[in-house]
Design a protein around this ligand. Structure first.
Ligand SMILES: [Zn+2]
Length: 646
């Protein structure tokens, strides 16, 4: 929604060294600047900023990019929010696309609801810290729990008075619209039109979004009282969808990225106590079981989750299903059981951060192992329960997307359950087949989609089939980098590097296997003939992060074509040997594709020979010899071309 001119202006203003030095102390080293990486813990600096190229990169953890990437990572923002962040910082007014009336109305409503919540948060905090009842009841409650004042302020805790409509009256007086008070759920209305407060005589916990806006509240009673619920929460609204929010994420996101781990606890006070003891990478699903939206939210920041349980066995079993969903999303999950009688809140209050971390390291278990042991204990020697247990474990393993991880678990669980690995694979395949059949029934009337074929593959471990990296990654990347650097330069009389490459790849019907490279290539061809097309600028600031990251890699020293260059030492620069390089890069891909074909043909030939299929063996021999001739021919042409051009 920000136009390209504005993006350009923002990017021109946000010089990489200025942006980074707000977060990292930089020293000069040659033409570059060097500092300690903000994204991983290190003692010797490996974070390099190149003002000339407008990029930064850590050679330890690999993170980096242009100014927008850096802000996205360090502030944990989405692309557009990072742009806005920079615009604000460099005082650039930006023009967003004109919104439709509908969009405007929706946006105004949302903003009004957020404003009401912001007012409410300030009101409740003010009551807690300054009102006599707030201090006597609310503040003393928090203090008894050991919360320090800085933590109370940080989490913007508050207190609601024990009056029918104290909050509603203040809000109306301050000019807030009744309609929005009702929509946030802070205010309720009797049939006769009289209004009253949802939260009364409760300590208040505001729920923040990723960017720190208050979208809901949780209110807790201070004394056990059979008449009222322990917690009252804001209802779902235009701005609050419970299943997409995690309590504490706003305060935890940077720590989660830095520690590469997220702790998952149950309640608000668990999160706050752990923060107070110095452990900030912690969130809570607020007492409900995990949802897909919440899992996605965690997954944006890390792949590693440790679920912390107090020792209550019933609670653990109830939550195990939710954890299966974490597995399904490809997260690595550990489980930490606290000592008997402790919950995260009480435990954190007793320990400091380093003791806590030590306890975590010594006592956390891998989730599958934990689950298997737990169920095994439960089943005892009952054969029916044990059979059910195997099915349960098989189901958990079958949802894991990564084949290598599945294989590990099959091994481990086979040992724990004292069953055959092959038997587990058999059960997993059976489950997958059943799922497929069910799906097929559902889709009977639907046409077969191309990627159904992938799912039809047998589930028996085949690590290579699920590896996302293409077999020709290196060759494909070399070609792209070459285009990126020299695409519009002339080679071979009337052709540019881009034109030559496109013609050759088309002639041999070569497509990129790596999907991101393929998109990069397509976009390149689409734009490269445009006047004043600047590939560097176009791709470096591409809105698809995968694509702009490739541009960053191309610009970093580490990925120059050194290997290819070393083979031809006579010529001084890449530009001088442009014709030769262009030819070589394109044909190396072609060559390797042929070699791969030969390899698989050889395998097939072996199998055909074993079953005495002589006709097929002959056919394959011919195919291989044609491919071999092509390779020889190419080698000759490569030689000729080098000679001619020198
Ligand atoms: Zn790093």
């Amino acid at each position: 929604m920000i136009d390209q001119t504005t993006i350009d202006r923002i990017l021109d203003a946000a010089r990489i060294q200025d942006v980074v030095s707000e977060y990292v102390t930089l020293r000069k080293r040659g033409v570059n600047l060097l500092g300690l990486c903000p994204f991983h813990n290190e003692k010797t600096p490996s974070f390099i900023v190149s003002p000339a190229k407008g990029i930064c990169k850590c050679f330890g953890c690999g993170k980096g990019g242009n100014a927008v990437h850096f802000i996205m990572e360090v502030e944990q923002l989405q692309y557009y929010d990072a742009l806005k962040f920079l615009a604000k910082k460099y005082n650039i007014e930006f023009e967003e696309r004109e919104l439709t009336d509908e969009e405007k109305a929706a946006r105004n409503a949302r903003e009004s609801l957020l404003l009401v919540n912001e007012f409410a948060q300030k009101y409740f905090s003010d009551v807690l810290l300054n009102h006599a009842d707030g201090k006597a009841l609310g503040l003393s409650y928090f203090q008894e729990r050991g919360f320090r004042e800085d933590i109370i302020r940080k989490f913007q805790l508050g207190f609601s008075l024990d009056e029918r409509d104290a909050f509603t009256r203040s809000a109306l007086k301050a000019g807030y619209n009744k309609e929005f008070l009702l929509q946030t759920g802070l205010t309720l209305e009797y049939d006769n039109g009289a209004m009253y407060d949802r939260f009364r005589a409760r300590v208040m916990f505001p729920v923040h979004t990723l960017s720190g806006k208050v979208i809901a509240f949780g209110g807790r009673v201070m004394k056990k009282d059979e008449k009222s619920a322990k917690y009252v929460n804001s209802p779902e609204s235009e701005i609050y969808h419970k299943s997409n929010e995690l309590y504490g994420i706003y305060f935890a996101k940077q720590a989660i990225v830095k520690q590469e781990r997220c702790f998952l606890v149950e309640g608000y006070t668990d999160v706050i106590s752990m923060h107070q003891s110095g452990i900030e990478n912690v969130v809570s699903s607020s007492g409900t079981s995990l949802t897909v939206g919440q899992i996605r939210l965690i997954h944006r920041f890390t792949e590693n989750v440790t679920v912390i349980y107090d020792g209550d066995a019933a609670g653990i079993k109830a939550s195990i299903r939710g954890i299966d969903m974490l597995l399904e999303d490809g997260l690595n999950i550990k489980v930490l059981l606290l000592p008997d009688g402790e919950d995260p809140d009480s435990f954190a209050r007793k320990t400091n951060a380093s003791d806590f971390i030590e306890y975590v390291e010594k006592n956390s278990t891998d989730f599958m192992r934990f689950k298997t042991r737990l169920l095994l204990n439960d089943a005892g020697n009952d054969p029916i329960k044990r059979a059910g247990l195997v099915q349960d474990i098989v189901h958990s393993i079958s949802v894991i997307p990564n084949a290598a991880v599945r294989i590990e678990y099959v091994k481990e669980c086979a040992t724990l359950l004292n069953v055959d690995e092959a038997m587990l694979y058999h059960e997993i395949n059976k489950l997958k087949r059943k799922e497929r059949d069910d799906k097929a029934k559902l889709n009977q009337n639907r046409e077969k989609l191309p990627n159904d074929q992938e799912q039809d593959q047998n589930y028996y471990p085949e690590i290579s089939s699920s590896e996302p990296v293409s077999r020709f990654d290196k060759e494909e990347k070399n070609i792209l980098q070459h285009l990126f650097r020299f695409g519009n330069m002339m080679v071979y009389e009337n052709e540019t590097v881009a034109q030559y490459t496109a013609t050759e790849l088309e002639k041999y019907k070569i497509d990129f296997e790596n999907a991101v490279y393929r998109n990069f290539y397509k976009e390149y061809l689409l734009h490269c003939e445009e006047e004043n097309f600047d590939a560097k600028r176009y791709f470096l600031y591409h809105t698809d992060k995968n694509i702009s990251q490739i541009a960053v890699e191309f610009l970093s020293e580490k990925y120059t074509l050194s290997k290819v260059h070393e083979r031809i030492k006579k010529l001084p620069t890449d530009e001088d040997r442009l014709p030769e390089l262009t030819f070589r890069l394109v044909h190396e891909l072609l060559n390797n594709k042929k070699l791969t074909q030969i390899r698989s043909l050889l395998l097939e030939m072996k199998k055909s020979a074993e079953i005495n299929d002589d006709a097929r063996v002959m056919e394959i021999t011919n195919e291989i010899s044609i491919l071999n001739n092509g390779i020889k021919e190419l080698a000759k042409r490569l030689g000729e071309r080098v000679i001619i051009k020198i």
